[in-house]
Every structure is written in structure tokens, then in C-alpha cells.
Design a protein around this ligand. Structure first.
Ligand SMILES: [Zn+2]
Length: 323
């Protein structure tokens, strides 16, 4: 029973700026702002966006395209609904004659863990006590000061160009309990207060100006200059994925889906046979394995908007963040 219900905490790193738009425009200094957490106004990647991308990439990997999308788009075949389909089993499916079925995983928001900032002493990654508490790590609030890593212990101040933070008496050592953070980032990790963290992050988002192109003329539209913001790279984020495998019937899969064109009563149709084509290169034994396969492709295919402008690639760093 216990392995039916599992929570996994994954660690991600942005390889490109990531833009998950709010879908509207704001009246602030950017035209296209990104999704934020309501309480802290910190940017995040919402679980709904992640879930869509992960499903799509896992389905690509498995080569069952019809199971990739939302299942009800124009011209889509719709999800296959087959109990032998690892994609539909994991993420659920919509409607159809047999009715819908909910998925067996829920994917949380990806939230900030370490955020990159330029300082006069080189790049540093900031974090704050409220983030570390999510990992059961308790650190004192540094107030107006900064806990600096050993490497920067000879500095009296952390100079962020527009903000000077006095060094706190103690050094900051990256907690052993939070695994998977690359050494070069750990060695430059700085702890600042929750309040300052929000200010530092919101002042260091990637803001770019771009121009809308008129698809008919191929030229810039008049007055079409717009700015948009994004989570910069390399930012470290974490997310929890809960597997609730209540049906206990995951179809263990080690081959791709086989899709054939068959003719029936003079009508050409696609026939899907699960777990029947070329080897997958790994064995999916549970819904979380499907999630991981999709997440891994985020490194190449990206998530969020502005993909055509080189945005969105995210690398899965670790799937066992806490010991
Ligand atoms: Zn399916």
C-alpha cells in the first residue's frame, strides 16, 4: 500500500530564461508579466503549466501523440483511454464513451530555491529562511545583513550594485539535507531575509524588449514594441509531485506505442497498440517514472512561452532533494 502513495521532490535548473505569462498585460513597467505567488509575489512556474508540458513530452517519448494534449482540441483524436496506456493512466483522460478518468499524479508549482544575482564579488545565489523551512531547515533571519558563504568571508559587504548588505558575523553553509545543488552554486549561496529576498528577486528578473512582427507583411507592427519578464538562468527551483496510485494497476511499460494505419470497412483508421513498438530504453514501473521521463525532455523542449525566442529549457537536476 505504501508505495502507491509517494511524494517526490524534484530539483530543477533553468537553462534559459523561463516565461510563464499571466495571460494578460499589466500596468507596471512590463507589458507581459509572469505568474507569481500571491502572498510573497515571488515568481513561480505553476503546476498546471508544468503538468501540460510533462504530459506532452512523456507522450512524445512514448510516441503516442494522441495522448499528448488536453484531449479535446480541434482535430485532435482525443486520448486513447486504454488501460494499458501509461500516459493516460498517469495523467488521466477526458470524456469519451467510457467517461473521463482522473490521473494518478498531481504536479505542484515549481518554486524558487536559489536565485542568481550579480554582485561585485561575482555571481551569487540568494535564498531566504522561509524557503529553507520548506525543507525543514531552520536558519535565523539575517535582517538587513547577509550570511555569506565561506568563499566570500573576507568581504565586509555584499555589493549588489544597487544594494549593499553588511556581512553577518557567521558564515552561511548550504544545508546538507538539501541535495543535488551543484557545488559551484552551493559555494556562492547567500542567505538574506525573506523581505529582502522578494525585493532582490523582483529587481533581477530578466526583462527584455521585443517587437511584434506582423505575420502578413513580415515587418514590425507599428507601435509593437513590448517588454516581457522571465525567470533568469540559472535559477534553481523545486517542486513536489504526489503520486496517488489508487487504482494500483499501472501498466508496466518498456516499449513505445505502436501506431498503424488499418483499413476497416473501407475507412482508414489508426490503431494504437501499447507497449509494442521499439524499446523505450527504460522501464516505467509507476506513474512517477512517466513524470520523470517528461521532465527530462524539458531540458530540450522547454516549457512556457517565448520558446521561439530561445526561452524555456529546464534541466532536471535531482529527484531526491531531501535525504
Ligand atoms: Zn493514452
Amino acid at each position: 500500500m505504501s508505495d502507491l502513495y509517494i511524494t517526490k521532490r524534484y530539483l530543477l535548473m533553468t537553462l534559459d530564461p523561463v516565461h510563464i505569462g499571466t495571460g494578460g498585460t499589466s500596468l507596471g513597467r512590463v507589458d507581459i508579466s509572469i505568474v507569481r505567488e500571491p502572498g510573497t509575489s515571488l515568481p513561480k512556474i505553476p503546476g498546471t503549466s508544468l503538468s501540460g508540458a510533462i504530459r506532452q513530452y512523456a507522450a512524445y517519448r512514448y510516441e503516442s501523440k494522441r495522448c499528448a494534449g488536453a484531449g479535446q482540441g480541434e482535430g485532435e483524436e482525443g486520448h486513447c483511454h486504454d488501460p494499458k496506456c501509461p500516459i493516460c493512466y498517469t495523467f488521466g483522460y477526458l470524456r469519451g464513451q467510457a467517461g473521463g478518468q482522473s490521473g494518478t499524479v498531481s504536479i505542484g508549482d515549481a518554486r524558487l530555491l536559489l536565485f542568481p544575482v550579480h554582485s561585485l564579488a561575482g555571481p551569487v545565489w540568494v535564498t531566504c529562511p522561509s524557503i529553507l523551512r520548506e525543507f525543514d531547515v531552520t536558519e535565523a533571519d539575517p535582517g538587513e545583513q547577509a550570511y555569506l558563504p565561506e568563499k566570500l568571508s573576507s568581504h565586509e559587504y555584499l555589493n549588489l550594485g544597487w544594494l549593499m548588505l553588511k556581512k553577518a558575523a557567521d558564515n552561511f553553509q548550504w544545508p546538507n539535507g538539501i541535495k543535488g545543488v551543484p557545488n559551484e552554486i552551493k559555494e556562492c549561496a547567500v542567505l538574506i531575509s525573506d523581505k529582502l529576498f522578494s525585493q532582490v528577486v523582483n529587481s533581477n528578473l530578466e526583462v527584455r524588449t521585443s517587437v511584434s512582427i506582423d505575420p502578413e507583411t513580415g515587418a514590425a507592427k507599428e507601435g509593437a514594441l513590448f517588454t516581457y519578464e522571465a525567470i533568469p538562468r540559472p535559477t534553481l527551483l523545486w517542486l513536489d509531485v504526489v503520486q496517488d496510485n489508487y487504482r494500483d494497476g499501472f501498466p508496466t511499460t518498456d516499449k513505445k506505442c505502436k501506431v498503424e494505419e488499418v483499413e476497416e470497412n473501407g475507412k482508414k483508421e489508426k490503431k494504437y497498440t501499447h507497449n509494442a513498438a521499439a524499446p523505450l530504453g527504460e522501464e516505467w514501473q509507476k506513474p512517477l517514472d512517466v513524470v520523470k521521463a517528461g521532465l527530462k525532455l524539458g531540458e530540450y523542449l522547454g516549457i512556457g512561452g517565448m520558446g521561439t525566442r530561445g526561452f524555456g529549457r529546464v534541466r532536471l537536476l535531482n529527484e531526491e532533494v531531501t535525504a
